[in-house]
Unconditional design. Sequence first.
Length: 155
Amino acid sequence: MKYLVVYYSRTGNNKTIGDAIAQALSADIDVIIDKKKRKGFLNWLRAGRDSIGEKLTEIEFEKDPQDYDTIVIGSPIWAGRLIPPLRTYLNSVNLKGKRVAFYICSQSEGYREIFPQLKAMTHESELVGTFGITEKRFKEGDYNSDLEAFIAHIK
Ligand SMILES: Cc1cc2nc3c(=O)[nH]c(=O)nc-3n(C[C@H](O)[C@H](O)[C@H](O)COP(=O)(O)O)c2cc1C
């Protein structure tokens, strides 16, 4: 089984989780880079506005999911919504027939509303797991057993 872990992470939370998942699965890693500046207060406001507007953005990534059996995809949420770089990524790649799993680290439990959307957007894929965690639990390091269960499910 060939695994790819792909994530967008603005401030490192979803990167840390994605790197841990990749290590446990001996997976390749791909990073979604948003060409639009997302740092600073004004760009923070724009990021939220772009999410609410269901905007696409310009992204860069390297790996083709077609070369993998299972693709694990991680990102934060912005303004309670799917973020533009992930929306763009899902529009850009073909995941048909692939096993997919999603994880989200966000400030609140808003990820609960995003997983069904992600499932709908990848309805031609086999959803093998979801893992959501709040930033508070992440920062406290209080998630290892849940993360292990998620990884065991994916394997
Ligand atoms: C513009 C913006 C809007 C956000 N809105 C929400 C939100 O509505 N709900 C939430 O739970 N977290 C929200 N967050 C917080 C991020 O989802 C959270 O900090 C996440 O863990 C960041 O992940 P990262 O470090 O991988 O970028 C927002 C963050 C940004 C930058």
